[in-house]
Design a protein around this ligand. Sequence first.
Ligand SMILES: Nc1ncnc2c1ncn2[C@@H]1O[C@H](COP(=O)(O)OP(=O)(O)O)[C@@H](O)[C@H]1O
Ligand SMILES: [Mg+2]
Length: 158
Amino acid sequence: MKALLLADADATDALGAALARTRPPRAVVHLHGDLGAGKSTLARALLRALGVRGAIRSPTYTLVERYPLDDGGEAWHLDLYRIADAGELEFLGLDGDEPTLWLVEWPERGAGALPKPDLVVDLSIEGAGRRAGLIPGTPAGQAWVTAVTAGHGVAGHS
Ligand SMILES: Nc1ncnc2c1ncn2[C@@H]1O[C@H](COP(=O)(O)OP(=O)(O)O)[C@@H](O)[C@H]1O
Ligand SMILES: [Mg+2]
């Protein structure tokens, strides 16, 4: 696992852009962290860097927002903070056409009903900034972490 220090919200945006630039063709990303840790900031930056224009709404109430991507794929941004149990995910119609990118806030609340993550980003508050742990869950995720930390120009530590 690599840990990055993100001094301000611009640094979170830069990480989102770097993740977008280096992403594998299909990816499941779990965004872990308390309220205010920067999960939505990172998700929004990633979506913007992938070419999403217009409003990027918080999925806090809708649970999922879907975005077509320029490459013909689709990104799904989920926020499971308000679900009572993972069974509610079944009613979202998430089966069927699978997205090429999942960005899931509060993934622990969907345990058992979500695909296995290629990458877990573990965000926490560190002073005035944030700390982002990058934890790969698959070989594709491992390659992603290597690429993003190299391209990001930030020295990670194991
Ligand atoms: N690296 C950072 N340093 C300082 N503040 C940040 C950083 N990244 C994001 N923020 C700020 O933290 C606040 C909460 O972010 P948000 O993404 O909504 O958190 P979450 O979705 O985890 O609840 C926002 O005001 C955002 O600008
Ligand atoms: Mg959020």
